[in-house]
Design a protein around this ligand. Structure first.
Ligand code: ACO
Length: 436
């Protein structure tokens, strides 16, 4: 493969197949890696590209989120993540991701009101939730609940109708908070608390989750701020596993609800969003004495039974995850302000110290990711570990929606349908069971 132009200005690259040069058009990035298009390669050469795990394949052009994994940079619509996390509210970030620009004061208020008006669950939804086991994993219930919204609101499911998509967007942002709070209350055997958006999105989510039977809850500003920040840090992360899932499902013209529910399921795995719960399980195991920090790290390095240091490593970040740096600071502040000194935080810090100075992790460029410290904050807030990944889903909702909408409005979108390199049997004759 040769490039016909100097670096940073490549209108085409050439792929030489059997001595014939095939020009492939380059799509220039505004920042980061440009890509070359291979759509016609099979037709022209009989070859497909093979990229297991999509480690080098761009699935779309996107103007939403930029990551530079080597330098630890994350920006939403051009705004650095630390500035956004410091200065914006979660719904402001949702508007930014979905619309492309920061909303003015009036537009933000209107957006907050639209979302707020959609917070209640429809008639019969409580009974639907109650039909699922209260102690089942809340990610399973969350995916089912989001999927089921399409059954309750068939009037807003057309992906090509902008007004319907706007309604579905407001519903998903609002009702995911209400449903997530309900998951906690069901796990803890408490009656649900109705939403009251006048408290603000995050404060009301906490009130629905932790309020008393009458819905009374004294919001602790440090907790509201920390949760607002955590939701913002999770709001989008370009073409990760769950977001790609949302796009692929949506590319079949499936509803926004169906697409996002698929994203929830993709997020549930421990290699993705489920890592925040897995980190806590790992720390608890070390605390309970089955391993010391040192013996556990030996197992990780020896790859004993596939043991991994959960909350470490990332497909894109090859230096410190910028979200993890903000989360770590927030963990220190929250735990200190709540007086919730946690032995698990010390274990986590011990693991991190070893990892940052150990050749195994240094050579593989493995650093803490966003999930390494989040669980400790959620735990201090009163969530049990099974609720950590639903909280991630709540935060990721604006990103999934923004990416889905970008996909639907992109004229280049085609149904997501990868090729394969077939390595099975070639044709052979069927043998009846009596002859096998
Ligand atoms: N602990 C120990 N070793 C690791 C870890 C880890 N957490 N992560 C990667 N490695 C090692 C691999 O064993 C491999 O070693 P090798 O070269 O000797 O074979 C090397 O580092 C590269 O790892 P890959 O699995 O090829 O990296 P990939 O980009 O495919 O995986 C992933 C990224 C899934 C995040 C991985 O680092 C991991 O499993 N981490 C733990 C789970 C986790 O925290 N997930 C959350 C990710 S962030 C998010 O989704 C919000």
């Amino acid at each position: 493969m040769t490039s016909t132009m100097p670096a940073n200005a490549k209108p085409t690259v050439e792929l030489v197949v059997d001595g014939t040069a095939r020009p492939l058009p380059v799509v220039a990035a505004s920042e980061g890696a440009s890509g070359f298009k291979v759509n016609t390669l099979l037709r022209d050469t009989g070859l497909v590209t093979l990229d297991t795990g999509f480690t080098n394949t761009a699935s779309c052009e996107s103007a939403i989120t930029y990551i530079d994994g080597d330098q630890g940079i994350l920006r939403y619509r051009g705004y650095p993540i630390d500035q956004v996390a410091e200065g914006a509210s979660f719904l402001e970030v949702a508007a930014l991701l979905i619309d492309g620009e920061l909303p003015g004061a009036e537009a933000l208020e209107a957006f907050e009101q639209t979302v707020g008006k959609n917070a209640s669950l429809p008639d019969g939804f409580g009974a639907f939730l109650a039909a699922l086991p209260a102690d089942g994993h809340p990610m399973a219930t969350l995916a089912a609940a989001i999927n089921a919204l399409a059954a309750w609101y068939p009037e807003v499911v057309d992906p090509r109708d902008g007004a319907q998509v706007d309604s579905a967007t407001a519903m998903l942002l609002a009702k995911t908070a209400t449903i997530t709070a309900a998951l906690h209350r069901r796990r803890t055997g408490q009656a649900l608390v109705a939403p009251d958006a006048s408290n603000g999105y995050v404060a009301d989510f906490l009130r629905q989750t932790f309020g008393d039977a009458g819905g009374e809850y004294a919001a602790e500003p440090v907790i509201v701020d920390a949760l607002e920040k955590l939701l913002i840090l999770h709001a989008d992360h370009e073409q990760n596993c769950s977001t790609s899932t949302v796009r692929v499902v949506g590319s079949s013209n499936a509803t926004l609800f169906a697409s996002v529910a698929a994203g929830v399921n993709a997020l549930s795995g421990p290699a993705h969003g489920g890592a925040n719960e897995a980190v806590l399980v790992m720390l608890e195991k070390i605390r309970s004495g089955s391993d010391t920090v040192e013996t556990f790290m030996d197992k990780v390095k020896n790859k004993a039974d596939g043991v991994r240091l959960m909350g470490f490593g990332h497909r894109v970040y090859k230096s410190y995850d910028p979200r993890a740096a903000i989360v770590k600071k927030s963990a220190d502040e929250v735990l200190e302000k709540l007086g919730a000194k946690d032995e698990l935080l010390e274990i986590a810090q011990g693991l991190e110290q070893i990892a940052l100075n150990d050749d195994y992790f240094v050579e593989r460029k493995l650093y803490p990711n966003v999930d390494f410290y989040t669980g400790l904050i959620y735990k201090a807030m009163g969530f049990d570990p099974a609720m950590f990944t639903p909280l991630f889903a709540l935060g990721r909702m604006p990103g999934w929606i923004a990416q889905w909408r970008e996909m639907v409005n992109d004229p280049a979108t085609k149904i997501g349908r990868p090729r394969q390199v077939y390595t099975g049997e070639t044709e052979r004759d069927f043998v009846p069971v009596s002859g096998r």
